[in-house]
Design a protein. Structure first.
Length: 406
């Protein structure tokens, strides 16, 4: 009798499991429908504020991967049209060109430059074996900076006989000597260290700027990701986040800000307080650096707030006042009067402004998510906006902020 009851129970569980499997229906959000979705992101307003380039992404069902293309439209949303394949576009300072990432030769992701005139001449400016990321134009438009992994493989130290021609021997084993060696959506991480490079905007051989057995990029738990960095206005120095420490792989959450001399690669730490500091943004006059983070704490979670320091690392202070919310997309106003930044609060995110004099205040309101903020020299902006009933879309905007008391 106990066996019979067990069999009946197993049958009931199996039936419930089968009943819970996904069924195709027009009224349900199924995986089939998700695979047909197209997404938008990375809006970039041209320096003169007249056009917006953004990335459209969709699923390649045959190869089980995302594909992307660049589209362009007028800032009012008119004349929306395809531009080229690729993503992560950034305008040159004078607005005559864009740099972007796309598949190139010999293989993998490469940096391309496209002229934005009627001819639209395009050139591939890198031929890298390890894909570039985090691309930025130099202030004079002559260089493109980017991050990439510098490989550092561990040698297989056992002598093996030479394989015959066309032999199909088992590959050498993977040697792992680091704590962090796998990552979600990526699998095994490439052995090596992420550093900054520059390449002539007309194409050429990239030159490595930072060097050493450490990673640039503020890493929460040793996992590879974006490098937060910015040029100084004279183009001679780069400000970047990361941890210039060979023990960084054993670090849970700690990063600093560094100034890096473009000519020599010499690095100098900015600020003395240990913590998780990231996302530096240099003011238009080069005198100040806005950034986010918090000083070193033992809390399992701490808010990343807005901070400000002098360009030499002195005078660091919290700039977000009593806001006590995570900030992102830190962007200086073109006139240097303060910074715009996104604030996450109660399941929403909106745009705020922190003036040089006065308390931060909200610029946009609404029950939605805003991200990917981009601001032109003329003051016109764009972001990605989504809501619980509306998918993400490009949202042009001209921020209106409160006037500082005279």
């Amino acid at each position: 009798m106990p066996r019979l009851r067990l069999s009946v129970a197993l049958l009931a569980v199996t039936a419930a499991t089968l009943g819970a499997q996904e069924k195709k229906a027009d009224t349900l959000l199924t995986v089939d429908k998700y695979l047909d979705f197209e997404q938008v992101g990375e809006p970039r307003v041209s320096p003169d504020g007249s056009q917006i380039i953004y990335t459209r992404r969709w699923v390649n069902k045959l190869e089980d991967k995302f594909e992307s293309s660049l589209w362009i439209m007028n800032v009012d949303g008119s004349k929306n049209r395809f531009l080229t394949t690729g993503g992560s576009a950034v305008w040159s300072p004078d607005g005559t060109r864009i740099a972007y990432l796309a598949d190139g030769k010999p293989s993998g992701t490469q940096i391309f430059v496209r002229w934005m005139d009627a001819e639209g001449a395009t050139s591939q400016v890198t031929t890298l074996s390890d894909g570039p990321a985090d691309i930025r134009w130099s202030p004079d438009g002559k260089w493109i900076g980017f991050s990439s992994v510098v490989p550092k493989n561990v040698a297989w130290r056992i002598d093996m006989p030479e394989a015959p021609k066309d032999a199909k021997w088992t590959a050498n084993p993977r040697i792992v000597q680091s704590m962090h060696f796998r990552q979600d959506r990526r699998g095994y991480m490439d052995p090596g260290f992420r550093h900054l490079f520059i390449v002539p905007a007309d194409g050429g051989t990239p030159r490595q700027i930072s060097k050493g057995d450490f990673n640039l990029g503020a890493r929460f738990d040793g996992l590879d990701g974006a490098v937060g960095w910015d040029w100084m206005p004279d183009g001679k120095t780069i400000i970047a986040d990361g941890l210039a420490d060979s023990t960084g792989d054993m670090n849970y959450r700690n990063s600093n800000l560094y100034s890096i001399d473009v000519a020599t690669g010499a690095m100098k730490r900015l600020g003395s307080a240990d913590g998780l500091w990231s996302s530096p943004a240099v003011s238009p006059d080069g005198k100040h650096i806005a950034y986010s983070g918090y000083s070193q704490v033992k809390d399992s979670y701490h808010t990343a707030e807005l901070y400000l320091m002098n360009a030499d690392g002195s005078g660091a202070k919290k700039w977000s006042g009593d806001l006590d919310r995570d900030v992102g997309d830190i962007t200086w106003a073109p006139d240097g009067s303060g910074v715009y930044f996104m604030v996450a609060d109660s399941g929403t995110s909106n745009l705020y402004f922190a003036p040089n004099a006065g308390a931060p205040h909200v610029v946009t309101t609404g029950t939605h998510q805003l991200n990917g903020f981009s601001l032109s020299k003329s003051g016109k902006a764009a972001a990605i906006r989504s809501g619980y009933q509306t998918p993400a879309d490009v949202f042009p905007h001209k921020p209106k902020r409160k006037r500082s008391p005279s």
